[in-house]
Design a protein around this ligand. Structure first.
Ligand code: GLU
Ligand code: MG
Length: 435
């Protein structure tokens, strides 16, 4: 370790921006971390403290790192190694702070385990674009992948070295679009990895003279960048419990109820999973994203996709079967997104909901009458609509402290105000510069 190697204590805020403070690694006392300020949570996506935030110039908190999250990022050309530690925001006596997004997920994980004896096992799959004027390459091609080199090989190496367990690296369908996936892990680790991955990618691209952006859309005509959350359920002995060969889609009763909870609360969840105005340009028909709250078999336009299993050579489907939540993007805080999926799923378990109807084939093939009969709802078509749906769903608002909701509303209203009068292309550009 170099004499002055830094540790960065990090939180990811309500606008999904990772913020924090660095200190010499050698001086870090992980039990107490470093100072933090409540008002920081009221800083909006566009960089200023928003009107209506409940936090003012007073108050003090701590960023207390979770030692298990310590991640040494090494190998970015021209940049020294950095240890990032993800932190819970606490009171100065170590007590939990009601507005900490990571604490929100930790509590959800704890409740699911205590109440239902279940754990979520999952992974976030990220798409992003490398901005630039280079000519478009054929999508998904070897040629397109090679044009990103050495960035691709470096990225996979850095992620592996940092313990994020990269799986697939590919040139995606969109112009200059890439996708990176990492292995599944427990819910907190999965969300921690999502937080880390975004800045590793952006930083590596920057070091290579490029700009990587995870914004949901770079222009209204472009292909969208999704963040898809894969998840399955395990019992407390870490045995998979999502699979049941005797049931529709081979989805176990427990996983079916869990999925039904997510479908039931989806309209409100979107206020956090698709957290920007331009998120809703992506959530449009024929974009391989999601327009309706339903469970679809192997369907990439389903909000929840029942994913395929690989049974080549007798591989066991039971520990593979998983669902994928597709109505999210990188404007959503990964801890909140995962925490919300867990809380909504737990509601489904509490209410013993029947599994959602398993839709085969494209949703547009279903007449409106059939959609109504199956109880399939249209997802919000704008951020304003999602925020209104959140206010209407008292179950979902009940999971948050009033202050967190107040600051979230203020952040999002501020965002909407700042975008007033811009056309969609200008709005996309505005977000592309941030995410
Ligand atoms: N780019 C699509 C999205 O916005 C997803 C494509 C895919 O299925 O990977 O979510
Ligand atoms: Mg993809």
């Amino acid at each position: 370790m170099a004499e002055h190697e830094l540790a960065f204590l990090a939180t990811n805020d309500l606008c999904a921006i990772t913020r924090g403070r660095a200190m010499p690694l050698a001086r870090l006392d992980p039990e107490i971390g470093c100072g933090w300020v409540p008002a920081n949570l009221g800083v909006g996506a566009f960089g200023t403290i928003v009107e209506g935030s409940p936090f003012d110039a007073t108050g003090d908190l701590r960023l207390v790192p979770d030692r298990r999250s310590a991640t040494r990022i090494d190998g970015i050309p021209g940049r020294p190694p950095l240890t990032v530690m993800l932190a819970d925001i606490t009171q100065t006596d170590g007590g939990e702070w009601e507005c900490c997004p990571r604490t929100f997920l930790r509590r959800a994980v704890r409740e699911l385990e205590e109440e239902a004896g279940l754990r979520v096992f999952g992974a976030f799959e990220h798409e992003f674009m490398l901005a630039g004027d280079a000519p478009a390459e054929p999508p998904m091609s070897l040629q397109a992948m090679l044009r990103t080199e050495p960035l691709g090989t470096e990225l996979v190496g850095i992620l592996a070295g940092a313990g994020l367990q990269p799986e697939n690296w590919l040139a995606e369908y969109g112009v200059h679009q890439c996708e990176i996936t990492v292995a599944a892990a427990d819910a907190l680790t999965a969300a921690d990895r999502a937080v880390l991955l975004r800045d590793i990618v952006r930083n590596l691209a920057h070091a290579r003279g490029q700009q990587a952006t995870f914004a949901p859309l770079l222009d209204p005509e472009a292909v969208g960048n999704g963040v898809h959350v894969h998840f399955s359920l395990r019992d407390t002995a870490d045995q998979p419990v999502t699979f049941d060969a005797g049931r529709p889609g081979r989805l176990s009763a427990v996983a079916g109820s869990f999925a039904a909870g997510i479908v039931r609360h989806a309209r409100a969840l979107l206020a956090f999973t698709a957290a920007s105005e331009v998120s809703y340009l992506r959530l449009a028909p024929h974009r391989w994203s999601a327009t309706h709250a339903f469970l679809g078999r192997h369907n990439r336009e389903a909000m929840l996709r029942l994913c395929p299993t690989v049974e080549i050579g007798g591989r066991d489907p039971a520990d593979q079967l998983n669902l994928e939540f597709r109505a999210g993007d990188a404007t959503g805080n990964p801890w909140l997104v995962m925490g919300l999926l867990i809380r909504a799923g737990l509601e489904g378990l509490r209410a013993k909901l029947e599994p959602p109807a398993l839709v085969d084939g494209p949703i547009e093939a279903m007449p409106a009458k059939e959609l109504r009969r199956a109880g399939i709802l249209r997802l919000p078509a704008t951020l304003a609509e999602a925020l209104a749906a959140l206010e209407e769903d008292k179950t979902v608002t009940g999971w948050f402290s009033p202050e967190l909701l107040q600051v979230y509303r203020a952040l999002k209203q501020d965002e909407l105000r700042r975008l007033e009068g811009l056309d969609d292309a200008a709005k996309c550009l505005r977000y592309a510069g941030v995410y």
